[in-house]
Design a protein around this ligand. Sequence first.
Ligand code: DSN
Length: 420
Amino acid sequence: MSSDFTAPLGELDPELAGLIDAELDRQRHCLDCIASENFVPAALMQVHGSVLTNKYADGYPGRRDYDGCEVIDEVERLAIARAKALFGAEHANVQPYSGSNANFAVLRALCEPGDTVLGWDFTHGGHPTHYDADTLTGRFYDGIAYHVRRSDRLVDVDEAAELASRHHPKVIFVGWSCYPRTVDYAAFREIADRVGAYLVADMAHVAGIVAAKAHPNPVPLADVCTFTTHKTLGGSRGGAILCRAGLAERIDAAVYPGSQGGPLPHVFGAHALAFHLAKRPEFAERIAQTLSGARTLARVLAEAEVATRCQVVTGGTENHQVILDVSPSGMDGAAALERLEAIAINANAMPLAYDAVPGPIGSGIRLGTAALATRGFDDDAFAELGGLIAAALGREGPSEAVQGQAAQLAASFPLYSALA
Ligand code: DSN
């Protein structure tokens, strides 16, 4: 083998190595409040960077299109068994490249082109792949959407029931990207049963919380569940599908060969580790801190509402998300985000239901606590974070003093110390 196969990255490609170092530095210096992000354990990066990446393995354990898959079969069987045990599912598919791919595969398995699909409106917290015209879902199926109520910003189950009765969808999605509350999965099950629809729960954001038994588990109620592995679950980036045994063959065929090519064994290997870690007490503690951190953050930001003129949507949180409506302050989401960026706090702007500012940016700032809980934040640190966010969004703005305090807070929680 040439030295290209043994030389360290820094020697072989200093430009790329420099960029990876810069990203590590950025992650260490920023306070990551992006609700869909997390930090993976060092061992997970080891799996991700392992020889598993070398293997083509189209197909499923015991029935592959390539030779030499006997070890990969075991890795995938391990990931499947652990996913089933973690969530109490009858069947698991760990091959989807992402949550969106998982959702598209589920629709391919359950629907014919032209069928109606009912999902949760994106600007009201849902996900575009559940119904939206801009996605493959809207291209192949007739997507319609339910909303949150204007009065309390909680999901309008009555509207979902009414739309289901009127349009007879083949699939009803329940799941969200930007919503700080839990939903009544049983009510959606009832709606699905009444109209003969499949119920698909997309638990991408809350999979880790479900795994830690700190959020209702939709698996016993839904026909199919999809999730991503990298949000509250804290694993490698990717997607997965859980379903009843009776749908297993259709789901598997819809993933491969239905909508994807060869799987990524280094990724489902990393999923196997993430599912293993999610059963441990340390993970449950981390999730408990994620939730308590979100409640602390919501409380501090609600207490600061008069000063910031930014409102905590629904007045609090039952998961890892805190949503702020910045419109009463006169800012839009982009302007508020800029202030947070100036003190090295990362979040993202989202449109809100009944938004005062129309358009793709809107008035919402979505904050999440999973990444910082993984980093070691306790309630005191989350309270300090809330104070810094309030200061940056309020009259003081992102002053040098606030910037310095945020930098100090980040420095108090070292990240990946063992990496150079
Ligand atoms: N992009 C994900 C999120 O940030 O919630 C959803 O797909």
